[in-house]
Write a protein that binds this ligand. Structure first.
Ligand SMILES: Cc1cc2nc3c(=O)[nH]c(=O)nc-3n(C[C@H](O)[C@H](O)[C@H](O)COP(=O)(O)OP(=O)(O)OC[C@H]3O[C@@H](n4cnc5c(N)ncnc54)[C@H](O)[C@@H]3O)c2cc1C
Length: 348
């Protein structure tokens, strides 16, 4: 098989890897490849039919995201919450209605969906990206490092590994990584890898006509959180939310029927007129998840010291949202880790 030679290799074309590639290109460095196992870029960012099935929101303190959006000329907008939200906490009792405080800082969304950020970064570096290229081995060589993939051998001076640590442990490293690093990989939960999202599109935002915001919250039903997910331009109407993880093992048709019945009960018969319906269970996506499905969304201890050092004689650096020392797990952490990795390569 052909061996490719470049100065740098970035493994993973998610937000972190793309940020590194984009930053290198902006600095005039073009001798690098990006190796991505999926047949698409974006990793845990996936927008289909205007619906974000992966990352969606960022908050005021997530400062690296708006900076990057501005650099790329992409707009942000507030999550819509106008109208009555519904709180379901007792399956047999009445629901509670609530209204969001209009003065409270609400979450932001990215115009065009979160994939707009991915595409904005990638358009500058698309010729460097190799899709369907699964990396399985990283070997220290006499002059640098070799990455063995399903599409051949790639050699470089340095490699940035943005694969979530919990699945990067599947790679073979020669010489092996220190035991503390392998252990850190083993115990670093991949943020949101256990989430199941659901998205529905509609001709009209029928819930608004009843004074509802589209927000439905409650741990007992099949949908634990649901939100109005219209585009910024208000020309495409959707509801998007998270499914109760206990539905994971239900047959798909039974699960869908339960979800539609639940949403119809709370938002009205308009739910049945959906144009498209889709679910995304990240726990069964092997490009994101290992077979350890952790319960709960609590943020583990990200940005561990084990992920801040270079390995294999200064040729391998870990990056990605889970390695970020600030806002780890989030898109903001992914951008920060990507900028950090680029700065290391550029000796900034
Ligand atoms: C359902 C869900 C909801 C979320 N909601 C939010 C939110 O609202 N706000 C927020 O800030 N964050 C959210 N997140 C988290 C956010 O998506 C991540 O922080 C961010 O996208 C991580 O980017 P990354 O590049 O670090 O990792 P990833 O996106 O995981 O990228 C890693 C890349 O490596 C590739 N890869 C894996 N193995 C290999 C291999 N062996 N060889 C080559 N390539 C490989 C993968 O395919 C992937 O493209 C959410 C995530 C999910 C799943």
């Amino acid at each position: 098989m052909k061996t490719h030679h470049t100065t740098y290799i970035i493994i993973g074309a998610g937000l972190s890897g793309l940020t590194t590639g984009y930053t290198l290109a902006q600095a005039g460095i073009t001798d690098f490849v990006m190796l991505e196992s999926r047949d698409r870029i974006g990793g845990r960012i996936l927008t289909k039919e205007g619906i974000d099935y992966g990352a969606t929101w960022f908050q005021n303190h997530h400062e690296a995201i708006p900076q990057m959006l501005e650099a790329l000329g992409i707009k942000k907008f507030h999550q819509r919450s106008k109208g009555k939200g519904i709180l379901v906490y007792n399956p047999n009792g009445p629901v509670h209605y609530f209204e969001s405080d209009p003065n409270a800082p609400s979450a932001f969304r990215i115009a065009g969906g979160s994939a707009a950020l991915i595409n904005g970064l990638a358009q500058h570096i698309s010729e460097h990206i190799h899709l369907n290229t699964f990396a399985s081995e990283i070997i220290k060589t006499e002059n640098g490092v070799r990455v063995i993939t399903t599409q051949g051998i790639f050699e470089a001076e340095k490699v940035i590994v943005t694969i979530p640590p919990n699945i990067a442990k599947r790679l073979t490293f020669q010489p092996p990584l220190p035991a503390a690093v392998s252990q850190a990989m083993d115990t670093t939960h991949t943020w949101m890898s256990n989430a199941i999202k659901v998205g529905l599109t509609f001709k009209t935002p029928f819930w608004r006509e009843q004074g509802l915001s589209g927000t439905v919250i409650g741990q007992i039903g099949p949908v634990t959180e649901l939100y109005d997910h219209a585009t910024m331009e208000e020309d495409h109407f959707c509801l998007m939310g998270f499914l109760n993880e206990r539905l994971r093992d239900f047959p798909a048709t039974e699960r869908k029927a339960g979800i539609l019945a639940y949403l119809t009960k709370h938002l009205g018969a308009g739910v049945k007129d959906y144009l498209t319906y889709e679910e995304k269970d990240w726990s069964i996506d092997t490009h994101t998840s290992s077979d350890q499905v952790a319960s709960g969304y609590q943020s583990p201890n990200y940005g561990r010291p084990e992920f801040q050092s270079w390995y294999l004689q200064d040729t391998v650096l870990f990056s990605g949202a889970e390695t970020a020392t600030l806002n780890g797990g989030y898109m903001d952490g992914a951008v920060r880790s990507g900028l950090h990795a680029a700065a290391q390569l550029l000796h900034e």
